[in-house]
Design a binder for this molecule. Structure first.
Ligand SMILES: [Zn+2]
Length: 424
């Protein structure tokens, strides 16, 4: 009976997805944030917006500002990103994908309309043995390679060969896989493009036209955004709880399209923002709570790595870190990475969930280097990485939009995490 009443109570008073949080998430996904990547400084625009939002809800800056700056190299696609077959432009992100480390189609000075390539399909057996017979690649030829219909072992070899080819020749990888984009800290000299087999098969002409403009940023300036809520009394002497979520995403693949990164990870920032609003009104007795929106995660966990190497507060004063990523679709519950390392905390999380039945499943998972908790764990800081499980499979693609978020179990996860935090 008590549980029933409690459920009713929460459904009436706590749940109902805060409209302010939804607006915050939607804003991070909007075209003017450019996919929070490296074209048009989308990541910087997002950092400013998050810092402003932190300030508005009453989080304090740790130092004189909310930012921790660092830099890294990154390949970008700030201009044209076009692939034409039979004179028709294909749809970027849907029909074709430019590899994150792709070089340009031609030198900027002579590339107003892109460049035509004669398509030469590589013999799979020859390629499996070695790339030697394809070297050197004749001028104006692009090497096409099929990466499907192979056993897992052969596929691994062919994928390696494709990478090798792309270091000395333009490459067209023909695939049937779902497109999954990423970020590269290195840049090839030649164009490297993936195309869907269903589209490539329709081609009548023996040539394709590529127009890819790239710009390699040797020292892209990025910023972690950090705000905190001091403990109620004697904050300077109190240890720290951290809540973190990366705000960067993949940015733009050319000016014509962008990767909104709604589930990954505007949703996690929304969760941070929502929890911060609740904790600001009722700070913890024994802990300072620090909120960090990390930059550079998609480029290789760079923001969190930088923080661990340059901690604003000693790592030994960190009691626990909760890293949140992919919070927008919790129909099937959550997974908790590091649950096997921090058994006591995980049992407490399970117990809290059982009391009120927030989520159908909290799936345990061992350590994994798959998000910003990783370098903290390596440095001895206890941490969980939590992500939702649900039907939304839009991951690192142009379909990961705000509109596709269900927000299922969003409020329940928030409530569970708040109780978990207040239990320290
Ligand atoms: Zn992510």
């Amino acid at each position: 009976m008590r549980l029933l009443l409690l459920n009713l109570f929460f459904s009436l008073t706590v749940f109902g997805q805060n409209p302010q949080t939804k607006t915050f998430i939607e804003t991070l996904c909007s075209p003017s944030f450019h996919g929070r990547g490296y074209v048009n400084n989308g990541d910087s625009i997002a950092a400013n917006y998050i810092a402003k939002s932190f300030q508005e809800i009453g989080l304090l800056p740790l130092t004189e500002s909310y930012f921790q700056e660092f830099s890294f190299p990154v390949q970008t696609f700030p201009g044209a990103c076009e692939l034409k077959m039979d004179g028709e432009s294909l749809i970027p992100g849907v029909h074709f994908l430019v590899a994150p480390n792709s070089g340009p189609s031609c030198a900027l000075s002579d590339c107003q309309f892109g460049k035509s390539y004669r398509v030469v399909t590589c013999n799979a057996e020859k390629l499996y043995a070695s790339t030697a017979s394809f070297y050197p690649c004749p001028e104006n030829v692009i090497l096409a390679v099929r990466s499907f219909g192979l056993s897992p072992d052969s596929l691994k070899v062919i994928k390696t060969r494709i990478r090798e080819l792309s270091s000395f020749a333009p490459v067209l990888e023909i695939t049937k896989d779902k497109f999954t984009w990423s970020v590269s800290q290195t840049a090839n000299a030649y164009p490297f493009v993936q195309v869907q087999d269903s589209v490539f098969m329709r081609r009548k002409d023996g040539t394709i036209n590529l127009h890819i403009e790239t710009r390699f940023l040797k020292q892209h300036q990025a910023r972690n955004v950090i705000g905190y809520i001091p403990a109620r009394k004697h904050a300077k002497k109190k240890p720290y709880l951290f809540l973190t979520a990366h705000y960067d995403h993949l940015g733009r693949m050319g000016q014509a399209n962008y990767f909104p990164g709604a589930n990954d990870n505007a949703s996690g920032n929304g969760m941070l923002y929502s929890i911060a609003q609740k904790l600001v009104k009722q700070p913890l007795e024994k802990y300072n709570v620090v909120f960090v929106a990390f930059a550079g995660e998609e480029a290789g966990l760079l923001g969190s790595k930088y923080y661990v190497e340059h901690p604003v507060f000693p790592l030994k004063n960190m009691r626990f870190l909760l890293n949140l990523d992919i919070m927008g679709s919790g129909e099937d519950g959550i997974t908790c990475v590091n649950s096997t390392l921090f058994k006591k905390e995980f049992d407490r999380l399970l117990q809290l969930n059982e009391e009120v039945n927030y989520l159908p499943i909290i799936k345990p998972r061992g350590p994994a280097a798959n998000s910003d908790h990783y370098f903290f764990t390596e440095a001895g800081v206890p941490a969980f990485f939590i992500y939702t499980m649900g039907p939304n499979k839009n991951y690192h693609d142009v379909f990961d939009t705000y509109e596709a978020l269900s927000f299922d179990k969003f409020d329940e996860i928030e409530q569970l995490l708040l109780e978990f935090i207040r239990g320290f």
